[in-house]
Every structure is written in structure tokens, then in C-alpha cells.
Design a protein around this ligand. Sequence first.
Ligand SMILES: Nc1ncnc2c1ncn2[C@@H]1O[C@H](COP(=O)(O)OP(=O)(O)OP(=O)(O)O)[C@@H](O)[C@H]1O
Ligand SMILES: [Mg+2]
Length: 169
Amino acid sequence: MADIIQLLPDSIANQIAAGEVVQRPASVVKELMENAIDAAADDIKVIVKEAGKILIQVIDNGTGMSETDARLSFERHATSKIKKAEDLFQLRTMGFRGEALASIAAIAHVEMKTRMPVKELGTLLLIEGSEVKKQEQTAFEAGTSISVKNLFYNIPARRNFLKSTPVEM
Ligand SMILES: Nc1ncnc2c1ncn2[C@@H]1O[C@H](COP(=O)(O)OP(=O)(O)OP(=O)(O)O)[C@@H](O)[C@H]1O
Ligand SMILES: [Mg+2]
């Protein structure tokens, strides 16, 4: 019999992996708030429209990111929180997989604004379905804002099986 196993294209593998990290809008809120806490923020704003079906935005006053880190943060397995396997035994952060932002960006439209306090200008990034649509310098307060729109736009099964707005809320 002929061989039948194929390697999935990265884009599909990413979408499937993303579904494991993000099951519903609340998963996005959790991941973004954990990132804000890990970034030492002591002021975190959460804006949610239609239980996150329209918009989820988390704004923090944490460390912010350099332009290069902002871009890298959306890659899979990209993390500043561990460097080697032993680090897993002394975690001091909520995240460590380097999966959350890559997952969210694979299945939604994401806008990130981020600025490190020492820098004059920050970075604006627009990513849709893992594709970088825009990257430019921007004026922004110190910290990070991430807006997530059209969650599950490319996974109709997930989008259609979201519960009612009050339940998701
Ligand atoms: N709000 C933020 N402020 C500053 N840096 C951030 C923020 N959010 C993400 N980052 C940076 O981007 C990296 C990637 O974030 P992401 O959430 O994808 O992975 P993680 O937090 O390292 O691990 P996990 O997938 O378990 O959450 C983080 O390691 C961190 O360096
Ligand atoms: Mg995280």
C-alpha cells in the first residue's frame, strides 16, 4: 500500500495548536492578563465588547517591548521567560511556553502597541492570521496594549459554537 502520511503545512499546524491554547474569548483575556502580570504591570485595563466576540483589549503599564521583541513575541516558541529545560523547575512567571501570542494571532486580528519606558517611541504591529500587515513606530504611553478582534474568524467551527454572549461573559 502507498504511504499516506503527510506533514501539515505550518499554517494549519499553527491553527490547530492555537485552538488548544484559545478555547474561548475568556482564554484570550487570561493569556493577555498573565502577560501583563509577568511584565510587572501594576495597572491593567481590560476592555471587552460582546463578551470578546467583537473586541478584547488589555492595556498594561508594564515593561513594554523593544521593536524586535514586539515582532518576535508573535512567533511560536518565542519567550523571554525560560532559556533551558532546568528553568521549568523554578518558574517565577505565569507564562513560559511562548505560545499564547502566536496562538491568538493565528486565529484573530491583533493590534499591539508597546513602548519601553526608556524609549521615546514605541512600536505598532498589526497581525492578521499570523501575517504581519503593518509594523511601524508610534507614540504610545509606556507599557503594552493588545487588541484582539474577529476571534476565530478563520475557524468557523469554533466561532459558531461559542455560547451566548451572557454565558461567554
Ligand atoms: N504585555 C506584555 N508586556 C511585555 N512583554 C510581553 C507582554 N506580552 C508578551 N510579552 C513578551 O512576549 C513573549 C511572548 O508572549 P507569550 O504570551 O506568547 O509567551 P509566554 O508568556 O512567554 O508563554 P505562554 O505561552 O505560556 O504564555 C513573552 O515571553 C514576553 O517576553
Ligand atoms: Mg504568556
